[in-house]
Design a protein around this ligand. Structure first.
Ligand code: XMP
Length: 429
């Protein structure tokens, strides 16, 4: 294995991810573990050079202060004890904090700054081969950043032992299923099963107006289709998942509060009966993107804006109809094209269009029209918990309006959503 590692043991700090990022920014790999990790578990981890005991506000659990096991405290690895209010506080100043870390990591532990994408990929290829052996692996490839990067990494590690299944539920954006087929089947020569189940999904969703009901149907049907495809294959032992580090952190450690449970279309239940391969589970999002780039995936795939699992299904408001769904897809494609041309592609966090299920009166070539409006939403956020509205240039909005009202069938108005989160949510449903 190529990389040295510093372990962070969680003694109730809310800042473990920040600390892991700071250590990685110094070029040294770092992972977070619960406070009660055993000495044998530490010994089983590769290239551990030192341990940071990261105390914090949640150190008292059920009336008792938690601590590491004595066998870990005495395990002869260099230890740094830090706290946010206790005996060994972090220095307040950002620079000073870095100096403490540098001194510990490089001088006390003697770790090398050898954390980079090439070494990460090399290590993962070795680990995946070791884990999988000559067995077969299955992956639900949505075309999102995480599943695409997992696919590329597994193709590098085990080639045709991986089978990817791309389920087109009819709610993807314009050009997405085609890009998945082009990149993975044609360019990377992957084993790719492409299933177009648009009709099946739209039939199931017909007349369903409640957003949560729509989400449930889309999620459950996705799992059903995937299971059906998996049953047609024989000898699959492993399921690969695009789990990333924030998914694990957000799902809660032993001391942190659960921020949200992670539920997604494409996030398959663990009881499908496969063993899991999750090679990205220790990477933050920007590191996943860097990994995808290093593996040669196209920028449009790696720097894709977030896209909800239920896809355009929650942007075609109320009961989904094929004509309004087409209006969402076409207007979204125009918005993306114009934002890209204006250089906004990677500057605005998330932007999309919404088509509500009502019409308004308009006029076209002297005659009355009864057509839908399209709503444009463009927002910036750090964590999607709150969001501010992008200040889009008025002339650009006018240009997009002109294109949408002339090119998208059934649309006579365009609106721009000025609402931050709160009080709006990012999506309309
Ligand atoms: P809201 O609308 O809750 O959105 O402000 C916050 C972020 O979450 C995305 N989102 C979803 N992602 N499944 C997903 O995978 C969903 O059901 C879902 N609903 C919202 C939304 O696009 C935004 O990035």
């Amino acid at each position: 294995m190529e990389q040295d590692m510093i372990l962070i043991l969680d003694l109730g700090s809310t800042e473990n991810p920040r600390l892991a990022r700071e250590i990685r920014a110094l070029g040294v790999y770092s992972e977070i573990y619960p406070h009660d990790i055993t000495a044998a578990e530490v010994a089983a981890l590769p290239n551990v050079k030192g341990i940071i005991l990261n105390g914090g506000a949640n150190r008292v659990v059920d009336g008792q202060e938690i601590d590491v096991l004595p066998e870990v405290a005495d395990c002869h690895l260099p230890l740094l004890k830090v706290d946010h209010q206790g005996e060994n506080p972090w220095p307040a100043a950002e620079a000073e904090r870095k100096a403490v870390l540098q001194k510990f990591i490089f001088e006390t532990c003697g770790a090398k700054a050898n954390w980079n994408m090439e070494n990460f990929i090399q290590d993962q290829v070795e680990l995946i081969r070791r884990q999988v052996g000559d067995k077969q692996v299955l992956l639900a490839l949505s075309g999102g950043v995480d599943s695409s990067v997992v696919a590329a990494l597994l193709i590098k590690a085990i080639g045709k032992q991986l089978t990817c299944v791309h389920v087109n539920h009819g709610l993807l954006r314009k050009g997405e299923p085609e890009q998945v087929v082009e990149v993975f089947r044609n360019q990377l020569a992957a084993n790719l099963i492409y299933v177009d189940v648009t009709d099946r999904f739209l039939d199931k969703l017909a007349g369903v107006a409640d957003p949560e009901q729509k989400r449930k149907i889309i999620g459950a049907e996705f799992i059903r289709v995937f299971e059906e495809e998996a049953k047609k294959l024989s000898g699959i032992e492993f399921l690969a998942q695009g789990t990333i580090y924030p998914d694990i952190i957000e799902s809660g450690t032993k001391t942190a509060k659960v921020v949200k449970s992670h539920h997604n279309v494409g996030g398959l239940p663990e009881d499908l009966g496969f063993k899991l391969v999750e090679p990205l589970k220790m990477l933050f999002k920007d590191e996943v993107r860097a990994c995808g780039t290093a593996l040669g995936l196209p920028e449009s795939m790696v720097y894709r804006q977030p896209f909800p699992g239920p896809g355009l299904g929650v942007r075609c408001l109320g009961a989904i109809t094929r004509d309004r769904l087409a209006a969402v897809r076409e207007s979204d494609a125009i918005l993306r094209e114009e934002f890209a041309q204006a250089g906004l592609q990677n500057k605005v966090w998330q932007y999309f269009t919404v088509v509500p299920d009502f019409k308004s009166v308009g006029v076209r070539e002297g005659a009355r029209t009864d057509e839908w409006p399209v709503i444009i939403r463009a927002v910036n956020t750090i964590d999607a918990m709150t969001a501010s509205v992008e200040n889009v240039d008025f002339a650009l909005l006018q240009k997009i309006t002109a294109r949408i009202t002339s090119e998208v069938k059934g649309v006579n108005r365009v609106l721009y959503d000025l609402t931050p989160k709160p009080t709006g949510t990012i999506e309309w449903e």
